[in-house]
Design a protein around this ligand. Structure first.
Ligand SMILES: [Ca+2]
Ligand SMILES: [Ca+2]
Length: 401
């Protein structure tokens, strides 16, 4: 088809009908010329393709008078165009929505906005409630002094990230009464002395649900998360690719209560003890259930280092760590229980488990590896070596059998 013929077919006479908008079936009540000269007021005109329409690219057949840029409408009139408003049909949902439970949602966008990679926004939260984020990458450091604060997202961790981009911890608790819940978020880019993504050195309470702690660093303890004298709960969350200099590449927990369920602690590294996690202090307890600790690296305790604590692994895997599966040092009671039908300590470099001054250790129905799955050189290094034992208990070194 020649260009001339194509133009004849595609372009009706401009003076007789709507000329170029996205709803050509609509008659244009204005008088068109070859160009669009519709003079209707915004919201009342019928041709939206011309210079008189502020949103020629949106889905409205006519100028809708909204404040969105061309092609980026603000349908719900909340002041935010669809590109950053993850619910553009709900005027009560903003890029960052704050809900305190007692009134209608309010707009918290301004306090989280405006940060850049070089200068993250420094946010202090003094009001209890939930801050829910639309999709996006927010450059922030967040310190929390309100008692109960939830940071969450509308569409999940894969599309919603808070990053400190090397300028401190992503989140920091300011006192022991603070309880911080993290839901459906990714925390990354934190860099601090302790706790790159979550700094809880004050004895507060932290829980992570459907959350990813990825790519944070600490010069001392807890590349991803630190918890001193506090409570830390992970549910269906990942602590991955974090690093620390001295202890706990992923997690550092001292005098704390740690609960890990259906989570993944992988790919973390530390210069000294506890590649995945470090559990220390005189009163720490830990339960890891249905989770995986894998591919972490340390000089000792590649997967985990337990010191003066009581760790319990329930139906969990400790695999492929460099520097040993886990080390138990001066600890009262260690249990590795796989009676639920899964879990094991497999393919760790050096030992599956190493123990010094461990009072009691038991393994129930766990796979400690055979053949290609064996740990090297020992499944259990207890001063002596024990290999491929599925179920055994050791009370003090000489009682191990
Ligand atoms: Ca909107
Ligand atoms: Ca909205």
């Amino acid at each position: 088809m020649s260009l001339a013929l194509f133009l004849l077919v595609a372009c009706p006479p401009a003076s007789t009908k709507d000329d170029a908008d996205s709803a050509p079936a609509l008659p244009d009540s204005g008088t068109d010329t070859a160009a669009d000269l519709d003079t209707g007021s915004p919201g009342t005109g019928t041709d939206d393709s011309g210079s008189s329409d502020s949103d020629p690219g949106d889905s409205q057949p006519q100028d809708d008078g909204d404040s969105g840029a061309p092609g980026d409408p603000d349908h719900d009139g909340d002041g935010y165009p669809a590109s950053i408003d993850c619910d553009d049909d709900d005027a009560g949902v903003f890029p960052v929505t704050f809900m305190d439970g007692s009134s209608s949602p309010s707009d918290a966008t301004a306090i989280f906005d405006g940060g850049s990679a070089g200068a993250p926004a420094s946010v202090v939260l003094v009001d209890a409630g939930e801050y829910r984020f639309c999709d996006g990458l927010y450059y922030v450091t967040v310190s929390i002094s309100a008692e109960n604060v939830t940071l969450s997202s509308v569409n999940g961790a894969a599309v919603t990230t808070l990053s400190a981009e090397g300028h401190g911890s992503v989140t920091r608790l300011e006192s022991a009464v603070v309880s911080l819940s993290l839901h459906d978020l990714t925390l990354s880019g934190g860099a601090a002395a302790n706790g790159g993504a979550v700094d809880n050195t004050v004895g507060g309470t932290v829980s992570l649900t459907n959350t990813v702690v990825d790519g944070n660093t600490a010069t001392s303890c807890g590349g991803g998360i630190v918890s001193y004298d506090g409570y830390l709960t992970l549910d269906n969350s990942d602590v991955i690719n974090n690093s620390a200099s001295s202890a706990g590449g992923g997690i550092c927990c001292a005098d704390c209560f740690l609960s890990v369920t259906a989570s993944d602690i992988s790919g973390n590294a530390v210069g000294n003890r506890g590649g995945g996690l470090y559990l220390g202090g005189f009163s720490s307890t830990m339960t890891v259930t249905g989770s995986t600790i894998s591919n972490n690296t340390a000089t000792a305790g590649g997967g985990a280092w337990h010191e003066m604590s009581s760790p319990r692994y329930q139906d969990s895997y400790i695999t492929d760590n460099v520097g040993g599966g886990f080390t138990v040092y001066w600890s009262a009671n260690t249990v590795v229980d796989c009676t639920g039908g899964s879990g094991g300590v497999l393919r760790n470099t050096e030992n599956g488990a190493s123990m010094d001054y461990a009072a009691w250790f038991s393994s129930v129905d766990c796979d400690w590896g055979t053949g290609a799955d064996d740990n090297t050189p020992y499944d259990v290094n207890y001063g002596y070596s024990y290999g491929a034992n599925a179920t055994f208990s050791c009370g003090w070194v000489e009682g191990c059998s």
